[in-house]
Write a protein that binds this ligand. Structure first.
Ligand code: 9MR
Ligand code: ZN
Length: 569
């Protein structure tokens, strides 16, 4: 449906609006009319399967596409759920394993359709990984790789160094961070870390992946080819003294135009110690991963990592980042760099075996930061994981570190048990990027299982909780949406994503993970459209103006890729 409308394009954190009249397909999505919620991507035959019903019901059936009843059962009462404000019932059909296309039916109510099949996650996994290609900056996206979502070469002019604008630098390449066209170091390091650990833990799943990307066929798996594209940009963000610039962005977010039309000058913004430490960490990690495919790249990565580390050692004080006056692009601010330095020391120890790095990691370990967090604002979990997987720990110490993850997984499993959705967030935790918390919690479950299995312990006791986080993402949530574009019958299609809006293609670029419900509703449209008393899990709208709850980012996608890979094992 096309019609003209007056669009107010709000940009993150800024007051600037663009009141031009633009001809675009105006989304007219209704809230889900559905009251039976399922994972719309589908279920692997061997996994637990359940629908959540938000109306009183005792008896339900699962019906195939020919209308045949393939399963029937009685619901269990799930109680009142504070997060969604609903009284819930659960319909468990785990024992239905026959491949096919189904609906859950209860009286006149139907769920969205879903598949039961061995490769139920494969399509979503491939699309979420291919999304990184669609985020590529500094190159043309040709139709043979990008289909109708092609675009021209973008953001290639030399960037101005903010500290001294007479200096121009080449910082082309990498992935656009999100719905905006900025490129930010700590966000990049986080996305790469998710993908690298995914690769390290589930290599067979990634090896089978064919992304149809421009790189020549080689023995390097596609995931590593795609990550190399980002790494090559990341390396350009290092200053000669080893420190790392925090971000490369324009001064103001671009209007909703295609990336090649965003001609504002690009700035390389000042350094931060968090960016420098994350850079040191992720390049050290990458050096271990690329070693078997490209020894020159691997050696270079390690050299750059050491240079960043040397700078950190010479500059022990925290150097935070704040936007220069008048700049409205992302801040990715932090209050401390202890976790970042811990991660860097751990990765450098893993990469080199040099015990001085281990000693530094041990000095930082007692400090106040999460040892399991896996997000851009808190990266301690990557350090812990790095130490454990290094194989260089004494058995006792390795066990202690492992226990940190396992204990965290146990805590999160309790949260999942406390609500019928099986989601790992408490009602207070639906904030900006809530889907990232859901997904990184899913990662924690898989990591805990992986570590227990590695040390010969009980196998896969957390897997079902990981699976529940994916179910939530893909439709078993009170909005009814699959939060991944192009996946599922009722999925988000209008994320806050500049090319998705400007390309004129009605169907959104597939495989983009929306930020998800945000009860704080931190953008003008969400504030206006979503009533104050809306339960936290329903503070969502599939609307491109809602950057605080329907944007996409690389580090939300990467967490989804990790989870999808792990659950296919
Ligand atoms: O993901 C970030 C979220 O956790 C913060 O609350 C929010 C506000 O600071 O910023 C988010 O990151 C945005 C970044 O600053 C710029 N690119 C888009 C990111 C996703 O919205
Ligand atoms: Zn670009």
């Amino acid at each position: 449906m096309e019609y003209r409308f007056q669009i107010m394009l709000y940009t993150n954190g800024s007051e600037s609006m663009n009141n031009d009249e633009i001809e675009v397909p105006r989304p007219e999505r209704l809230e889900s009319a559905c009251h039976i919620f399922v994972n719309q991507a589908g279920y692997q035959p061997w996994d637990e399967k359940y629908a959540i019903l938000s109306f009183p019901a005792s008896f339900y059936t699962v019906v195939d596409e020919h209308g045949r009843i393939c399963f029937s059962g009685s619901t269990t009462y799930g109680g009142f759920d504070r997060g969604s404000g609903e009284v819930l019932y659960k319909a468990d059909f785990s024992t239905l394993r026959l491949p096919g296309k189904y609906h859950v039916q209860c009286g006149n109510e139907f769920s969205m359709s879903f598949m039961i099949e061995d490769r139920a996650y494969k399509n979503c996994f491939d699309k979420c990984m291919k999304a990184f290609y669609y985020q590529r900056c500094g190159c043309e996206l040709e139709s043979r790789y990008a289909g109708e979502w092609k675009h021209g070469k973008c953001h290639c002019s030399p960037a101005l160094l903010l500290d001294n604008t007479r200096i121009k630098l080449d910082v082309s390449g990498g992935w656009h961070d999100a719905g905006d066209y900025g490129r930010y170091v700590t966000a990049a390091a986080t996305a790469l870390a998710h993908l690298f650990y995914g690769w390290k833990m589930f290599p067979d799943i990634f090896r089978q992946q064919n992304l149809n990307i421009p790189e020549k066929p080689s023995d390097m798996p596609d995931v590593l080819l795609e990550c190399r594209y980002e790494l090559e940009w990341l390396l350009k963000m290092q200053r000669v003294d080893g420190s790392v610039w925090h971000k490369a962005t324009t001064f103001k977010h671009a209007p909703f135009v295609m990336p090649e039309q965003d001609k504002d000058p690009m700035y390389v913004m000042p350094i931060s110690s968090s960016a420098t430490a994350d850079f040191a960490a992720v390049t050290a990690l990458a050096s271990t991963i690329y070693k078997e495919y490209d020894s020159d790249l691997s050696a270079w990565l390690l050299r750059c990592s050491r240079a960043a580390w040397d700078w950190l050692e010479k500059n022990p004080q925290f150097v935070g980042f704040q936007n220069p006056k008048g700049c409205d692009t992302g801040v990715y601010g932090e209050h401390s760099d202890r976790d970042n330095r811990f991660w860097a020391a751990a990765e450098l120890f893993n990469a080199t075996g040099d015990t001085s790095f281990f000693s530094r990691a041990m000095e930082l370990l007692p400090e106040e930061f999460s040892k399991t967090a896996l997000g851009f604002a808190s990266v301690g979990g990557f350090g812990t994981l790095s130490l454990i997987l290094s194989g260089r720990m004494s058995p006792q110490f390795g066990e202690l570190l492992q226990k940190t993850f396992v204990t965290r997984a146990e805590e999160l499993a309790d949260v999942c048990r406390s609500n019928a959705w099986g989601v790992s967030l408490s009602p207070e935790q639906y904030v900006w990027g809530s889907n990232m918390a859901v997904l990184t919690n899913g990662m924690t479950f898989l990591i805990a299982d992986h570590l227990e299995k590695r040390s010969g312990g009980r196998e896969q006791r957390f897997r079902r909780f990981a699976s529940m986080q994916l179910d939530y993402l893909l439709g078993t949530n009170p909005t009814g949406y699959s939060f991944v574009t192009g996946i599922g019958e009722f999925c988000v299609n209008y994320p806050h994503h500049r090319p998705a809006f400007a390309d004129g293609v009605e169907e959104c670029i597939p495989g983009l993970v929306s930020g998800g419900p945000n009860s704080r509703r931190e953008d003008p449209y969400a504030k206006e459209m979503i009533p104050d008393d809306t339960p936290p899990m329903k503070c969502f709208s599939d609307n491109m103006e809602c950057y605080s709850l329907n944007e996409v980012t690389i580090y939300w996608n990467s967490a989804a890729v990790f989870l999808l890979a792990g659950l296919q094992e």
